[in-house]
Design a protein around this ligand. Structure first.
Ligand code: MG
Length: 217
C-alpha cells in the first residue's frame, strides 16, 4: 500500500502553530490580531496556491507599527524559534499513526504545498521526516504529483484535510482511495465528504485502522 499524505492540518496542527507565531508579536507589544490581519499580505499567490513569506510579514508589521530594527530582530528570532519547534505542533496521535503505517509496510509519501523553506523547517524539526519514503514540497497542483506515484495495480490512498484537493484527485484517478481528515473548524468539508461518500475521520488513529483493514480487501 502507498499512502500520499498532506502535512498542514492533516499531520500538523497548523492552527496551533499560527497562533503561536501570532503570540510572538507580544514581545513587540502587539496583540495577536495584528498577525492575522496582515497575514494575507505576506502570502504570495502562485498559480492559485499559497506561499507564505514570514520575512515579508515581519517587514509589513514592522513598517505599519513603527517597530525599531532591534524589535524586528527579536521578533524574527521568536518566529524562528516557533518554526524550528515542529514536534510541538504535531497532532497528539501523529507519530503513533505514522509508526503503525510504517510498521505495516506501507510506503508513505508526504506531499505538501507552500513555502519550501518554512515547510522544510516545520517537517524536519518535528522529527516526523524519518517515517516518509519521500518528501515533496511543491508549489502547484497536487494531482499532477499524484500522477507520478499511482500505479493502478497498487492500492494507493490520498489523505488530506482539503476537500477540493481530494475532488481533483478523484476526477483524474478514480482508483485512488480518498480520505478526508476532518477539521473541527471546517465542518462543511465533512458534510461534502459525506455527500460524496468519501471516508472521513477526525482522528488519525481511526484513519490508520481504516487503512489497515481496507488495504486487505
Ligand atoms: Mg492541509
Amino acid at each position: 500500500m502507498k499512502v500520499i499524505l498532506d502535512w498542514d492540518h492533516t499531520l500538523f496542527d497548523t492552527n496551533h502553530f499560527k497562533n503561536d507565531l501570532a503570540g510572538a508579536l507580544a514581545i513587540a507589544g502587539l496583540p495577536k490580531r495584528i498577525f492575522f490581519e496582515t497575514y494575507q499580505e505576506a502570502v504570495r499567490q502562485k498559480n492559485g496556491y499559497y506561499d507564505y513569506d514570514y520575512l515579508k510579514h515581519l517587514k509589513i508589521v514592522g513598517q505599519r507599527h513603527h517597530l525599531s530594527s532591534k524589535k524586528i530582530v527579536r521578533l524574527k528570532q521568536k518566529f524562528l524559534k516557533v518554526m524550528n519547534d515542529g514536534s510541538r505542533y504535531l497532532f497528539p496521535e501523529t507519530v503513533k499513526f505514522l509508526k503503525i503505517l510504517k510498521k505495516s509496510g506501507a510506503r508513505l509519501i508526504l506531499c505538501t504545498l507552500g513555502n519550501k523553506e518554512l515547510q522544510r523547517q516545520k517537517i524536519y524539526s518535528s522529527g516526523a521526516q524519518k517515517y516518509f519514503s519521500l518528501i515533496l514540497i511543491t508549489s502547484g497542483s497536487k494531482h499532477k504529483i499524484v500522477r507520478i506515484f499511482v500505479e493502478p495495480k497498487e492500492k494507493t490512498y490520498f489523505l488530506s484535510d482539503n476537500i477540493d484537493e481530494l475532488k481533483k484527485v478523484a476526477e483524474r484517478f478514480p482508483f485512488v482511495k480518498l480520505i478526508l481528515k476532518k477539521r473541527p473548524d471546517k465542518k462543511e468539508a465533512g458534510e461534502e465528504a459525506r455527500r460524496l461518500r468519501l471516508a472521513s475521520f477526525t482522528n488519525l488513529l481511526r484513519i490508520s485502522r481504516f487503512l489497515l483493514e481496507d488495504s486487505k480487501k
